[in-house]
Design a protein around this ligand. Structure first.
Ligand code: CO
Length: 247
């Protein structure tokens, strides 16, 4: 079957199977979502979020990018995170890496790949932060696997650096942060047992921030009061204006 016709065919089959099991399945989903989990994973086609976690529609909010990164200038990730935490109220946030990650391998190499190098630099920062441990591993395959784990741990740390997570941690239902690694070779999902809360406390002297109410400063008040409106003569506003205008 050519193109996407197989996908559309599969969809028809899936709809009828779901309806056969539960005639209200789609009706219930259409009423809204209240997922318990946020999944931050790699875009790799071998790591399907719902498949490896046994979750169905409505159970998990998902964000995927190359090498499951939490980058503080990524509006996409930040928007997903804020919505998941503040609106949906997810209870568990999972950063899920995977062994054999092409993005991580590319970052570990010294080759240039173009635009993506600017994304991969965030993984190279992980190497730098853990350089001693990383270089001590002599076996290439083991070192590559460890980098995948270290990257997951650092991305959980990056979550803890955001004001979204910091504010949520002070709230009534603080979310739990988790770091996991999926093994493509055997399908097993391993919990790295990252303690997100402890991580946050370790770094709070640097990263902890509090919301402050914006109050007008005295200086701003003085400036506002001394303003006497627009001047009539444009030469007073723009030096040299008159001379040019007369030419
Ligand atoms: Co990957």
């Amino acid at each position: 079957m050519a193109g996407i016709s197989k996908i559309l065919e599969n969809n028809k089959k899936w709809v009828s199977e779901r309806n056969a099991k539960d005639p209200n399945f789609f009706k219930n989903l259409a009423n809204g979502q209240k997922p318990k989990y946020l999944f931050i994973g790699c875009s790799d086609s071998r790591v399907p979020a719902s498949g490896i976690t046994g979750t169905g529609p409505g159970e998990m909010f998902v964000h995927r990018n190359i090498a499951n990164m939490v980058v503080h200038t990524d509006m996409n990730l930040l928007s997903v995170l804020q919505y998941a935490v503040e609106v949906l109220g997810v209870q568990d946030i999972l950063v899920v890496g995977h062994y054999g990650c092409g993005g991580v391998a590319a970052a570990a190499s010294n080759k240039q790949y173009g635009l993506i190098d600017n994304w991969l630099v965030n993984i190279r920062d992980v190497i730098r932060a853990h350089e001693t441990e990383y270089l001590r591993i002599k076996d290439d395959a083991q070192r590559a696997r460890r980098l995948v784990e270290l990257n997951v741990i650092e991305q959980v740390r990056n979550l803890a650096k955001t004001n979204i997570i910091q504010n949520a941690m002070r709230g009534d239902n603080p979310p739990r942060l988790h770091g996991l690694v999926y093994d493509i070779a055997d399908g097993v999902l391993k919990d790295l047992r990252v303690d997100g809360e402890e991580m946050m406390h370790e770094m709070e002297h640097i990263y902890a921030t509090e919301a402050v109410a914006a109050e007008p400063t005295q200086q701003a008040d003085n400036q506002a009061n001394s303003y006497e409106g627009p001047t009539e003569d444009p030469a007073e506003v723009v030096p040299g204006f008159e001379a040019k205008a007369k030419k």
